[in-house]
Design a protein around this ligand. Structure first.
Ligand SMILES: [Zn+2]
Length: 61
């Protein structure tokens, strides 16, 4: 018969909290296209459009 050390039945490590859902309705790529390459501002709509800040064109690719 083996004698188990007392700490063998130590406290159970709490599971880590679940990370935020990566796909909570929006794909980051869809708004990344709206970022103005000139000033970094986020356009109000998907390209093709113009930057509301500096007026640079955001081409639709
Ligand atoms: Zn801009």
């Amino acid at each position: 018969m083996r004698v188990r050390p007392r700490w063998d039945a130590g406290p159970v490590i709490a599971p880590e909290p679940r990370p935020a859902r990566p796909d909570d309705g929006g794909d980051p790529a869809c708004w990344a296209r709206r970022v103005c390459p000139a000033c970094g501002r986020l356009a109000d709509q998907d390209p093709p459009t113009r930057c509301p800040g500096c007026g640079a064109e955001l081409p639709d690719d």
